[in-house]
Design a binder for this molecule. Structure first.
Ligand SMILES: [Mg+2]
Length: 267
């Protein structure tokens, strides 16, 4: 899909299409119904660690066909942002997962794990440790461009609540002595990427009011909140309440949301 003048439905992934490694029932059929009605569908995730090909393969496993150009991540937003701030081919220090390495390479940068660099990108990775913190903070202190993929403090998994990218970013920012520019939802670089790569108008569908809802505001699009993720009537740790007033679209899940999206966005 290239950017289109037709209104787009932009789907968050975790909590909308899948929950961890389980598909959310009805999501694949919902995407099919949107496309059959002529509504273009794209995907925007703050998960920066999975390479795009892995996201495409996971979607396919759950019955959803998507081209790599339809799959946007905070890693791609970070790489897009750097194309406007540092020279092509620059060394970029990666304190993040494989998705960031892939996105930087695709944008023409040289991802490195050590030594001098024009920029530092910090994102979620499970092998973060003291040595990685030390290396990243040293590059931040040189005055290099400092980009965080996203600031999500935690995320829910089958192991319970895990530290998110924001926890790692906080460590690097503290040791490095300054704050990063943030690329992912709900910040401006991700909005510029969605407008550029998916289209100027649409609806943002997500499960997290503080990221997806604020991102919809940033996009200038209506927010469609689904209750299949972290937003629940009685929130616990890492969960969020349904905002008051409720967003323009509110549904139990993507399948329940589709009839209204088709009525409002279809031809
Ligand atoms: Mg989500």
């Amino acid at each position: 899909m290239t950017a289109t003048d037709r209104p787009v439905v932009c789907l968050d992934l975790d909590g909308v299409v899948w929950r961890g490694d389980e598909p959310i029932p009805g999501a694949a059929d919902a995407v099919r119904r949107l496309r059959t009605a002529g509504v273009p569908v794209g995907f925007m995730s703050n998960n920066s660690s999975m390479p795009v090909a892995e996201v495409v393969a996971k979607l396919a496993r759950f019955g959803i066909e998507a081209g790599p150009e339809q799959v946007l991540t905070s890693a791609r937003a970070a790489a897009d942002l750097l194309t406007t701030t540092i020279a092509p081919g620059s060394r970029v220090h990666v304190c993040a997962g494989p998705g960031v390495v892939e996105a930087l390479g695709a944008a023409g940068f040289e991802p490195v794990r050590d030594g001098p660099a024009a920029a530092v990108v910090v994102g979620f990775h499970r092998d973060f440790d003291f040595a990685a913190l030390d290396r990243a903070a040293r590059v931040v202190r040189t005055g290099a461009a400092f980009v965080a993929t996203n600031l999500d403090p935690t995320y829910p998994s089958h192991e319970g609540l895990l530290p998110g990218a924001g926890s790692i970013v906080a460590a690097v920012a503290t040791a490095g002595g300054r704050s990063p520019e943030v690329a992912g939802k709900p910040f401006a670089p991700a909005a510029a990427m969605v407008h550029h790569r998916l289209g100027p108008t649409g609806v943002m569908v997500g499960d997290r009011p503080t990221t997806d809802g604020d991102f919809a505001v940033r996009l200038g699009w209506p927010f469609a909140l689904v209750l299949s993720g972290v937003c629940v009537p009685v929130p616990g740790p890492g969960e969020e309440p349904v905002p008051e007033p409720a967003p323009p679209y509110l549904a139990d899940d993507l399948a329940a949301l589709v009839p209204r999206l088709v009525a409002d966005l279809g031809p």
